[in-house]
Design a protein around this ligand. Sequence first.
Ligand SMILES: [Zn+2]
Ligand SMILES: [Zn+2]
Length: 658
Amino acid sequence: MTPLEELRHSGSHILATAVLRLFPDAKLDIGPPTDTGFYYDIDLEHKFTADDLTKLEAEMKKIAEENQPFLRKEVSREEAIEIIKSRGQERYKLGRLADIPEGEKISFYQNGEFIDLCAGTHIRYTAKFKAFKLLSIAGAYHRGDEKNKQLQRIYGTAFPTKEELAQYLERQEQAKARDHRKLGRDLKLFHIDEDVGQGLILWTPNGSILRQELQNFIGDELRKQGYSQVFTPHIGKLTLYKTSGHFPYYKESQFTAFPEPDDLARLSAEGCGCAELTARLEGVTAQFADEINRRAGKEVIAQDRVMDPTKLLDGFMLKPMNCPHHIKIFASQPHSYRDLPVRLAEFGTVYRWEQSGELNGMTRVRGFTQDDAHLFCTEEQVAAEIQGCLSLVKTVLTTLGMADYRVRVGLRDPDSSKFTGDPAKWDAAENACRTAAATLGVPFTEEPGEAAFYGPKIDFVIKDVIGREWQLGTVQVDYVLPVRFDLSYVGADNQSHRPVMIHRAPFGSMERFCGVLIEHFNGDFPVWLAPEQIRLVPISDKVIDYGRDLLTQLRAAGLRATLDEHSDKLGAKIRRGEIDKVPYTLVLGQKEAEVKSVSVRSRAKGDEGVMPFADYLERVKQEVATRALPVKKPVTAATTVAPASGGKPAAPEAPGVN
Ligand SMILES: [Zn+2]
Ligand SMILES: [Zn+2]
């Protein structure tokens, strides 16, 4: 354990000590450190309350002041059982003891009257534990299995100093205030409706503007790089995904496949059961299996899936990936080496089955639109194409004020048999990824064993304003799908060659990216992204006509403006503009109307005084055209990093996981 983990894990022991002092009936399970603190899982009839946390904290403070030493004691298995029984803790601790393999040391740690089965390590004296806080209570199944009893988990955190603790708690508060689920509601950006379904985002008008502006921006950059826009349907036939390998191998992360209506009616009439229906949807002909296995050069479709052709059904599924559709566009025409690279881009919507417990606002959903593209190129072009992907990412992140990011280059583990294909090609592709990452001028790490099985990849991790890290999307090199789909182009030598495919969705999905952006900007979007850019606020009814005139001019200039015609006081109107986080509020009085000026208040700078409307219009048009960031007072930089909330993106390890 690191010293910080040691400190926090000691907190688990001190918490358990306090729990048993106040609740002697409590049965203890396990108390490890976490990335941000510690917890202990406790079985107790009484439901812990916020009030209990305060009392427990006070007791923990006492225990720290008692300055108890942590004493290690190694015992035999028999002695261990005795100790656990003597403390009345056999319910969970005997099971935990049984987890320790025969022959391994069994140790207990004692502080004061409390003794716990533990491998260590700990701080030497409890007095070192002085900057801590209990944070929350949550339900947690014993051993994480919902078939087991649900225990109460008390979470806490601890730091070496009070200052670090205060800073952490402050940042947690900031994070809570800028939670995209809360801001999404307040600013009317998106809605999730039980009747539509969990994890399915309804983009409301305001959120749609945000998304559309981002898509326009990314789309503009893609066009500059020579990408072609395509559109493809939201469903595809099962044959397509049997060829790609996405079905049925990853079906647990996909919506259920469905047969054609006529087939379903006929089979129901025949009394066909669900299991048989599934088998018929998953089956393949012997010819199909042979062909795919021949292309792959090994058995990727097992013989037990081969079925009598008269029994087979070819249904449909909601697409879990855009790749097969784009491949079919590429394959729809013959290609010469002169056509390559072909770059097909689509804001493509895909559907994945996530457990409802995993869903979280916009950052973990069941339907999402990827900023997807597939590049088909020659071996020699791989390096330049990866470079192009990374330069796009750099442009977009810099424009959004997310200059603080790093990349992870996932390489193969040469000792693992998981990674298929020609080692020479792997080396070349890995070098291309490495070189491209190095030219970005941001920190990057090489992670052996983290490649996809079909090729190396690059992941992006950004740090937001308050120091939290978020994983976005990836760039992946793929040697497998071109083989599976038997793709080819005619080379300069007039021979047929296999193209290399690159999958790239650097921002992951529009849902996740917008969720991150909402929190990053705390809802205070730059003018070009703001759903409502300008609000006109007339002081009295006498200047409403002036307001309408300006509104027309602003809208004609392509700006998103509104006129507040409510009859409330000026202060209330200005306040409303602030709550709605409108970047500009223009106050209009009699004097302004006479000389065609406006009194400008901006979210970034506050009161900016009176200026001619024509000047203001030029300025804001410029700001939008250049996608300028608001110039703000600097935010206090955070020093430590909390884990990315929302967790890792849900990508099954299928060919073309982006
Ligand atoms: Zn311990
Ligand atoms: Zn793909």
